[in-house]
Design a binder for this molecule. Structure first.
Ligand code: GLU
Length: 280
């Protein structure tokens, strides 16, 4: 049975790019008699808001994208992330890191990775870390690659068989100072726990998949198939993200637009009337 999911973070209102991604994941499952799940990635307690969750549910109903089963909230699954962290700690693959963003940015040696500066490893060899101080937990990438005992390959429907190269991310954060897990850890644990067979999401997350593939190997989780779709762009070629001032789905819904018609337009590769002219 094919299982896909849509996994928005309720840190703001959804925009057309989210709708496009949700439609792709929904239709992929429906066309194959599979299940489409909804997971709310609300692990970031400081930025997630209940009103954004309500808007997400209303947006999906308006687009006529019905999900199967109960909505899963990451904020209710913290013990699972802790168990995964404990397992990686027991394998000797995590270390506490006390650096601030400014510390890392100030490190002249920090090269850039897919998600920003690569951590220079300052805290990797601390002999007596003081865990009473604020810290995150990082994956020791070199150690992790040394113990991962399977070829780190994954199938991507657009690109073919990919050999994951997580090393260019450096020592990624798996538990944040301000949140009990990171996106990379929570998404890997949850996709496996929910039996997701096919990950349909935007190509902006392709780089992250390399990290997820390593975590699947370390945590002995199954490897789903990946479908990274192109991002929806406006007439000006700009990506339709809320930071470019594109109207949110909630705004279109509240303005009386027809959600089903909008979804069908997106399915046909069209943008809603007037949208292409939206302010950048
Ligand atoms: N929660 C992530 C986001 O909103 C997406 C997670 C995923 O599809 O893997 O960008």
């Amino acid at each position: 049975m094919i299982v896909t999911r849509f996994a928005p973070s309720p840190t703001g209102r959804l925009h057309l790019g989210h709708a496009f991604s949700a439609i792709r994941a929904h239709d992929f499952a429906r066309e194959r008699g599979g299940r489409f799940l909804l997971r709310i990635e609300d692990i970031d307690g400081t930025r997630s808001r209940p009103e954004h969750v309500d808007a997400i549910l209303a947006d999906l109903a308006w687009l006529e994208l019905a999900w199967d089963g109960e909505v899963v909230f990451q904020s209710q699954r913290l013990p699972r992330y802790q168990a995964a962290l404990d397992r990686l700690k027991a394998m000797g693959l995590l270390y506490p890191c006390f650096c601030t963003r400014a510390d890392i940015a100030a490190s002249a040696s920090a090269p850039h990775g897919p998600e920003g500066p690569v951590y220079p490893g300052t805290c990797r060899a601390l002999s007596a870390p003081d865990l009473s101080q604020p810290h995150c937990w990082r994956l020791d990438m070199a150690q992790a690659l040394a113990v991962a005992d399977e070829p780190l390959v994954f199938a991507d429907s657009g690109r073919g068989t990919i050999v994951a190269d997580p090393a260019r991310h450096g020592d990624v954060v798996l538990a944040r100072k301000d949140a009990p897990a990171s996106y990379h850890l929570a998404v890997t644990v949850d996709d496996a726990a929910q039996g997701v067979t096919d990950i349909v999401r935007g190509e902006d997350l392709f780089a992250a998949t390399h990290v997820h593939r390593l975590l699947q190997a370390l945590l002995e989780r199954p490897v789903p198939h990946y479908h990274h779709h192109a991002l929806l762009k406006g007439a000006d070629g700009e990506r339709l993200a809320k930071r470019h001032g594109a109207p949110t789905l909630a705004a279109l819904r509240e303005a009386g637009e027809d959600g089903r018609a909008l979804a069908d337009a997106l399915r046909n590769g069209e943008l809603p009337v007037g949208f292409a002219a939206a302010k950048a």
